[in-house]
Ligand binder design. Sequence first.
Ligand SMILES: [Zn+2]
Length: 105
Amino acid sequence: MDTTKTLLETQAQEIRAELARLNELLRERGDYGYGTGDPAVYQWEFNLALRERYEQRLAQIERAMARLEKGQYGVCEECGARIEPERLEAVPYTTLCITCARKLV
Ligand SMILES: [Zn+2]
């Protein structure tokens, strides 16, 4: 289980670094006076959406780490079933089994 923890921590660190970089980029909001077709504006919006995705991912990783602490890692949050090992390997931070994850989509 130690390797899972390391894996999750590494991923969390990578995302935090990426978030810091995005926050830096987003601080330079640019001038919206150029109009909506401006590539700089498009890039800013893109970074904003990206940051949101990373924040969600980070929250998910933190949830998975908390579950690891409680010895509940690999158990589905929704139905309590064991999450498929292949799924955990592909998505180590998941807290849902494939059936429940599909229901959410
Ligand atoms: Zn489930």
